[in-house]
Design a protein around this ligand. Structure first.
Ligand code: ANZ
Length: 945
């Protein structure tokens, strides 16, 4: 019987659907296991062979866990909102919903062909109102909460209001935008509008004036992780800094919990380090500086309080509010010109870039430790959003301050013994402080740090600062609040309207979901408003609690709705919770259901989400945990990043200014331009010339200079991408070899976590392996050849070696090595001509996670009537693994002379006898009688003569 994979795969895919094999329900009798893939954004290009890599791995693991008796939740869905569909809509007028649906259908079709064990009844799409209902709901909850630093959790904003009414801000320890101070009476005296403004300073979802990455080409704000090298990640458009009033999420309030949580989860060290750096905890002090000849004072943040005696100038971030206050009239023109220039650079660029730029403000600040008046400069190496946006500069001990001082010829005062101040070296941080206080400033400050180590000096200075009320000890985090508004159409609408004061009000929960309105254009309006500004029915009737025509806005009972939509990460922040209970219309997830599934046990996805999605979803989850909605503080217990599958690109070489193409090995004789050519019209690096001519109109008339009658293409390993024409579509592989071969082959390419090029050279070998397996059941005949005879010891050994290895390998996500083990086992069983049911049935259970269609078919031909997915996972028996013979190294006076194969269970005396009487021993014994014979069982015989 031939291995007809096409028929087999189709048959079992239909069977699985018809019998609901992958449907899963909460089942308290079984332990749960939750395996999640990062759900895809359904792009127009469809899946390429790189996408399923992680999905195949997680599918193998899910099936394995199920075979081990776990109740496995393994869902899939779509991250369906996003920029590409909207950009496409702008270009073509095609509604993003239409293209998104088409793309989803195509993704589904492709995934179905690969035989995944997803429970599709749990599918979610982030653009569906039933789903984004709960994204909007969480947003309202965030608006109605603040973060208490004492309790380390989010609490209802009402309790903060009560505190304001009782004691004002006294003793307040909460997360906020800026420190505020007022009494209960002052609070009560404020108007409602003022109160609402103040509360925005504390809410977890708040409207704030923030410096944003503005991309005018895309007409929207972008998050830091959506900007790469100063241009938008999508489309590569320029991005500039702009102050805008935006919805923000107070992620920064959770910085310490986000750090602490990392110690409780099983992620790779590199991913944890990436998050730690992104969160960027930094312990230091805030110190106040008075402005000379003025009542003004400002605060700086420093991690090196010990360097107070080496401050020679101060620097403000260009966006700091202080700039305007401290700039003197004489300097104004120069300062304005500088500010204009820095606007064009994003924060990231400013961190990465070492170019020195700056301008003097005209003012001086008084160093509280020395009484020195030092000049206040403005420079974009100081970031507005970090610390206080102002620094004290110590050029002797900080490289950027040093570069700045050198550039602008400012003084440098070294403070640490033996410290090497030069452009290359700033590694004297660990030295002994030696110049503090300086002789000239002794009377000003009684603190002396001389002779202390830097660490001791920092501690002493911090204490001094706090005691003398010169500032305070402070922990800073680099992590910023997330900017949550996008000036785009294709995203979740905010459940927000603006009242007569222009203040935001939340829709009542019962009014959710607030559905995305129709618009006739996807571009900003003529007045520069986001696309929702085109909607004719986009106003909130606060009496009838419904959306009504925009024209009815009277700002009395009918108000304008928010025109921005939520960003891409909104929908992906809590999706894993929704899969637990996808059709619940009363809540995001039922408490009992959440109590059963708890959180994701295994999450597989790409590294590119390290600082975006994986921070936001941890934050979102912690917030819901604080609200008592869910039972786990961390969403993803174990996380694995699959490597990337790179493409193998091919090139043709066009001779300059001609339409003639020269073969690879002749190209050096000409001046040529390499051009990417579609890998699908190249086979083993030989170009299909006819196909090439038909590929593009401009190549119809192409001419070729061949070698040995062929056109040989060049090649390179690059990212797999449409623009490089090196995309390999999994459908093609499935059509040619079957899904089981594709699955095995993707895993066989190499370790899951490593990046590797797609190279089809080995695929035939993997396909042959499945055919050999098939032949164990059918031989060369049309009928099943298996028998119920007792297996031999050798057959059992081969099988149990495999059980042990595959179980261990899957548990360690080493799928490529388990496939090699299968190949070895099949070869062994093939040469033993094994056709025993007792062996082969166990073998196919082991293979079922990897090649589910073939395994299901063979399981049924063996006479089973239920799915192999529920078979019990085989257990290995050490007894069968025992070797029946062992190799002894026979040595004379400690030197190994030859090897001897002996039965494993041969008694010690017998071993000694055989070794001594062996013909090869005679030569080394030199006719003598041995003084002593040492036998290490199973290993060595040492004969001392
Ligand atoms: C004086 C000093 C002396 C500093 C010295 C460093 C070395 P981390 O560890 O990143 O928190 N700084 C403070 N706010 C800043 C801002 N908004 N933009 C750019 N730089 C800023 O670093 C904190 C240090 O970075 C602070 O300590 C401050 O410079 C600078 F030998 O103060 B330091």
């Amino acid at each position: 019987m031939e291995y007809n994979f096409r028929e087999i795969e189709k048959k079992w895919q239909e069977y699985w659907i018809a019998n609901g094999v992958y449907k899963v329900k909460e089942n308290k009798d079984k332990p749960k296991y939750y395996v999640l893939d990062m759900f895809p954004y359904p792009s127009g290009a469809g899946l390429h062979v790189g996408h399923p890599l992680g999905y195949i791995a997680s599918d193998i693991y899910s099936r394995f866990k199920r075979l081990q008796g776990f109740n496995v939740l393994h869902p899939m869905g779509y991250d369906a909102y996003g920029l590409p569909a909207e950009q496409y809509a702008i270009q073509t007028g095609q509604h993003p919903e239409v293209t998104t649906k088409q793309n989803i259908a195509r993704y589904r079709e492709q995934m179905d062909k690969i035989g995944f064990s997803y429970d599709w009844s749990r599918e979610i799409r982030t653009c569906e109102p039933e789903y984004y209902h709960w994204t909007q709901w969480a947003f309202i909850k965030m608006f109605n909460s603040y973060y208490c630093n004492d309790e380390k959790k989010a609490l209802p904003i009402d309790s903060l209001i009560e505190a304001f009414e009782a004691v004002g801000t006294e003793g307040l320890n909460v997360a906020c935008g800026e420190e505020m101070s007022f009494t209960a009476d002052e609070w009560k005296a404020k108007s409602d509008k003022e109160k609402q403004e103040i509360l925005l300073n504390y809410r977890i979802a708040y409207l704030g004036d923030t410096m944003v990455n503005w991309c005018s080409e895309l007409g929207t704000v972008l998050a830091n992780d959506e900007v790469v090298n100063g241009v938008s990640e999508r489309g590569g458009f320029p991005v500039e800094q702009k102050m805008m009033r935006q919805w923000c999420l107070r992620v920064s309030a959770y910085a310490q919990r986000l750090l602490d949580g990392l110690d409780t989860i099983d992620w790779t060290d590199s991913l944890k380090d990436t998050q730690r750096n992104w969160i960027g905890r930094s312990e230091g002090a805030e110190v106040n500086f008075k402005v000379k000849d003025s009542d003004l004072e400002f605060t700086i943040f420093t991690t090196r309080a010990d360097t107070m005696f080496g401050v020679t100038f101060m620097v403000l971030a260009p966006e700091s509010e202080l700039v305007e206050k401290l700039t003197t009239p004489e300097q104004k023109q120069e300062v304005d010109a500088y500010l204009e220039r820095t606007k064009k650079r994003t924060e990231r660029e400013r961190i990465a870039d070492r170019q020195v730029t700056g301008v003097f403000s005209g003012s001086y600040a008084i160093n509280p430790f020395t009484g020195d008046a030092v000049p206040v400069w403005i420079s974009d190496y100081v970031l507005a959003g970090y610390g206080t946006g102002a620094i004290m500069a110590v050029p002797a001990h900080d490289s950027r301050d040093y570069a700045f001082a050198k550039h602008f010829n400012l003084p440098i005062i070294p403070l640490i013994e033996g410290c090497d101040i030069s452009e290359e070296s700033f590694d004297a941080k660990e030295g002994i402080v030696c110049n503090s206080p300086r002789p000239d400033v002794t009377p000003y400050c009684e603190l002396s740090l001389n002779g202390l180590t830097v660490k001791e000096a920092i501690a002493a200075t911090k204490k001094f600062v706090a005691e003398h009320k010169l500032g305070r000890v402070k922990i800073n985090y680099r992590l910023r609040d997330a900017i949550f508004s996008r000036q785009r159409y294709w995203g979740e609408p905010f459940p927000v309207y603006y009242d007569a004061n222009g203040l935001p009000q939340m829709l009542p929960m019962e009014a959710l979901p607030l559905q995305l309105p129709e618009v006739d254009k996807f571009l900003p309006t003529a007045t520069g408003e986001p696309p929702l500004g085109h909607a004719t029915k986009w106003a909130w009737d606060s009496v009838n609690k419904e959306v009504v025509e925009t024209s009815k806005i009277d700002n009395k009972t009918i108000f304008p709705l928010e025109l921005c939509t939520m960003p891409g990460f909104a929908g992906s922040s809590a999706y894993y919770l929704r899969y637990m209970d996808p059709h619940n219309n009363k809540g995001l997830v039922d408490k009992d259901v959440n109590g059963y599934w708890r959180n994701v046990d295994l999450y597989i996805g790409g590294t590119e989400h390290a600082t975006g999605h994986l921070i936001y979803s941890r934050f979102w989850n912690k917030f819901l945990y604080d609200m008592g909605v869910i039972c786990e503080d961390e969403p993803f217990q174990k996380l694995i990043n699959q490597g990337m599958i790179q493409g193998r690109s091919n090139f043709v070489y066009r001779i300059k200014d001609t339409n003639t193409f020269v073969s690879l090995n002749l190209k050096d004789q000409y001046e040529v331009t390499p051009i990417h050519v579609d890998v699908n019209i190249v086979s083993n690096d030989i170009l299909d010339i006819e196909a090439f001519k038909n590929w593009r109109p401009e190549y119809h008339t192409a001419e070729f200079i061949l070698e040995d009658g062929k056109y040989v293409c060049g090649w390179a390993v690059e990212k797999m991408s449409k623009s490089m024409f090196n995309v390999v579509n999994p459908d093609m592989i499935v059509d040619k070899y079957g899904a089981d071969t594709l699955r095995l082959y993707e895993m066989f390419l190499g370790p899951l976590e490593q990046s590797k090029p797609w190279d089809t050279n080995g695929i035939d070998g993997v396909h042959r392996f499945l055919k050999k397996l098939w032949a164990l059941f059918y031989g060369n005949t049309e009928s099943l050849q298996i028998t119920d005879a007792e297996p031999t010891a050798e057959e059992l050994k081969s099988l149990h070696k495999l059980i042990k290895k595959v179980t261990f390998d899957i548990e360690h996500f080493s799928f490529n090595t388990s496939i090699s083990a299968f190949m070895i086992c099949i070869n062994e069983l093939g040469s033993l001509k094994c056709n025993k049911r007792a062996i082969l049935e166990q073998l196919i259970i082991l293979l079922a996670p990897f090649a589910p269609h073939t395994a299901e078919e063979l399981w049924h031909v063996c006479g089973h009537t239920t799915t192999i997915c529920d078979a019990p996972w085989p257990q290995h028996n050490e007894e069968y693994l025992k070797e029946n013979s062992v190799i002894y190294a026979i040595s004379f006076n400690g030197k190994v002379r030859f090897n001897l194969e002996l039965p494993a269970d041969m008694p010690r005396e017998e071993v000694e006898k055989v070794a001594l009487s062996h013909e090869s021993s005679a030569k080394w014994m030199e006719g003598k009688t041995p003084k002593k014979v040492i036998v290490v069982p199973g290993k060595i015989v040492n004969i001392v003569i």
